[in-house]
Design a protein around this ligand. Sequence first.
Ligand SMILES: [Mg+2]
Length: 285
Amino acid sequence: MVSTCNCNQQSLVSKDALTTMPKGVIFDMDGTLIEQNVDLVKLSRDICEVADNDVIGKHREWDRDDLANAMANVSIDGQRKIKQIIGEECQRALECMTIQEGGPELVAFLAQNGVRRAILTRNYESNARHMQRMYLDANNDATFDLVIGRDTHYNGIDPLEGEISKSERILYICELWGCSPSEVIMLGDSIKDDILEGNRAGASTVLLEPEGYLLNNVYGTNSGNSMERKPNVRIESLLELRLLLEEQIARRSLDCWESTIRALEMEIDSSISSQSSEPITTVES
Ligand SMILES: [Mg+2]
């Protein structure tokens, strides 16, 4: 069921993109465009184990809720081990990649309505391009305008050395698309990676929360503040987002008809009133 969040506190984000068709939708990949098959629990455990046994990491206190911090708190050798762990898990996930139900239909719907589409993932760009080809096969249609992975270069920075936040990437995508962040939707299944980062960038945020799958809600619940973690909309499937956007199109079309009818009525009224005020002329025989 689609539910729009009722925020009693002042929201940090504009909801413009949820009351009109957005200019673009930025998709997370794992758990959003494809079924979640990255084992985040194992990944977290293995990375923490490296940090706990690292010559630098074992003396450091760092936020375990944000695994990106691990890299900054371990030795060069620890960083190499963490990269290897992430690489192996991403490779394993690649081999059993499954498209999320409703994904190709949503992407095709957006393309048909002129809404731009980007993939923004902490997975590797090559894996995202593999998924893009799967979408192309499923859709035989337009897929994504942009593909940005954790290793996609950004302003000359190699992200493997210093990871670029998703909020920075969102602002960069909006710059490329020539629109404001408030005109795009950030859609993902992670509170920390997608909702918090989307809100920080000023985008509207949609949390995909398939029934029975709450792992990513737990992952990241200590990051940011409560408003930054709050999505504008929660959905249980990608089909629901398509229905929500179809409603916007239907509403826009109705508004358009209503304003056309109002304009016609005003024109008729004005014509009648000008006829009645014209002087009556008589024809003499
Ligand atoms: Mg995800």
